[in-house]
Design a protein around this ligand. Structure first.
Ligand code: UGA
Length: 433
């Protein structure tokens, strides 16, 4: 099989399929990335993936190329794992990488094969690409297409790929269904939903929209708690004992970010609008707005602790990644808050255990430190914005010994306010008294 596109999804899928014993050829148009991967260097931080990549390369099951011709000759099945970012200046998803990959691959498809889309796409994309493949491939209708969305979470990518909650197959032929069932058979008894293209495409954005809604729901409760002097943490705990609600994705804080949730809800709204079903998803606009307000709230809390102005205030920011156990800073709430504080005149020093290189490239105007303690030297306000375990385990006395003032915003609601206040800290957190 081939895996076209070696981003988060592609590298993980390729390495996991090689681990299952398949012969896998990964393809990327970025020659430097292909060189790195062939040398066993992982261009992203993802626990356990480096080991799988090395094992795949050593066994000979896994290799990488830039050649679409080689991929077309090699593969019986071609997985499309291209990125679909938000278009510049709009909300829709940009599917140009997918289109470009299909246009580059199809002219080399001389025999029967199955192309399998895994990317998150606007509903209708699979139908369009199926026509494109048939039009452009020399083997024409012998090229079948299926849509098989991916649900992996960064930080758990390998586990989510090898033990997924479910497998969704959007197929048009029994042959495609059989091929994919056979491919995933080694994963064991995983719930499998076989459906049409449109439903398979929709499942993915529906799942991410639900998760985003859950987070914004609890963050909306946090806003009300702030107005009413309630405590969102106790509220979430009380809600969680109802099995129908549960506790997962009910952590209030500075909201969701990353390369998926924010852009997926926007792309979903944009596509629904095109289909004349925009009204059905108008609540997602509110989900997005609540989420963005949480970032502003963290800045408000920092400003209050600074005595009303952040101008020339030394501020320690703990966390740059959009969530822990990842070096991904795409739409990171932590960096958005850091940047907003800097724009108000704050002197921001950021530390993150793995995302510093990425953060430096994207926000060269911020200052960076080599440790949490270094970032906190002389800080008048500290903010915990990504809940890395290094930060949740911070000792308030040790941390307090280097700051200029014991003021902290716990943007992720992971510290114990009783312990921190007992150590003399002014402690503020979203949704808490
Ligand atoms: C998300 C989905 O969870 C995956 O199922 C999906 O496959 C993936 O997007 C994708 O579309 O590829 P991911 O972006 O890795 O995965 O991150 P999540 O774990 O969902 O977290 C998203 C954001 O929500 C993070 O910024 C996190 O800090 C925030 N979050 C999460 C909260 O603010 N509160 C919570 O209770 C949970």
């Amino acid at each position: 099989m081939t895996v076209i596109g070696t981003g988060y999804l592609g590298i993980t899928h390729a390495a996991c399929m090689a681990e299952l014993g398949y012969e896998v050829l990964g393809l990327d148009i970025n020659a430097e990335k292909v060189r790195q991967l062939n040398n066993g260097e992982l261009p992203i931080y993802e626990g356990g993936l480096d080991e799988l990549l090395r094992r795949g390369l050593e066994s000979g099951n896994l290799k990488f190329t830039t050649s679409f011709q080689e991929a077309a000759e090699f593969g019986d099945v071609h997985f499309l794992c291209l990125g679909t970012p938000q278009v510049g200046g709009g909300c829709a998803a940009d599917t140009s990488q997918l289109d470009a990959a299909v246009e580059a691959l199809a002219p080399h498809l001389e025999r029967q094969c199955l192309v399998v889309g895994k990317s998150t796409v606007p509903v209708g994309t699979a139908e369009r690409l199926a026509h494109k493949l048939i039009d452009l491939a020399p083997s024409g209708a012998a090229v079948d297409l299926a849509w098989n969305p991916e649900f992996l979470r960064e930080g758990f990518a390998v586990k989510d790929t090898l033990s997924p909650d479910r497998i969704v197959l959007g197929v048009r032929t029994e042959a495609a269904e059989k091929t994919l069932r056979d491919i995933y058979q080694p994963l064991g008894d995983i719930p499998l939903v076989v459906t049409d293209f449109a439903t398979a495409e929709l499942v993915k954005v529906a799942a991410n929209s639900f998760l985003a809604t859950k987070i914004s729901y609890i963050n909306a409760m946090a806003e009300v708690c702030e107005a009413a002097h309630g405590d969102v943490m106790a509220l979430a705990e009380a809600l969680s004992y109802d099995d129908r609600i549960g506790r997962r994705f009910l952590s209030a804080g500075i909201g969701f970010g990353g390369g998926c949730l924010p852009k997926d809800i926007r792309a979903f709204m944009a596509r629904a609008e095109e289909l004349g079903a925009g009204e059905a998803l108008s609540f997602l606009r509110e989900v997005d707005a609540i989420n963005m307000r949480r970032r502003a709230r963290a800045v408000d809390l920092a400003r209050e602790l600074a005595g009303g102005s952040l101008e020339n205030c030394a501020v320690a920011v703990l966390g740059a990644a959009f969530k822990p156990d990842s070096d991904d800073i795409r739409d990171s709430p932590a960096l958005a808050v850091a940047k907003a504080i800097e724009q108000e005149g704050g002197l921001v020093s950021v530390y993150d255990p793995v995302a510093l290189d990425n953060a430096r490239k994207a926000y060269p105007e911020l200052s960076y430190a080599g440790s949490a303690i270094e970032a906190a030297q002389g800080a008048r306000v500290s903010l915990l914005l990504t809940e890395w375990s290094d930060f949740t385990e911070l000792d308030p006395e040790e941390f307090g010994s280097v700051v200029a003032a014991r003021n902290i915003v716990d943007g992720r609601n992971v510290l114990d306010p009783v312990v921190w206040r007992a150590a003399g800290w002014n402690f503020r957190a979203p949704g808490r008294p």
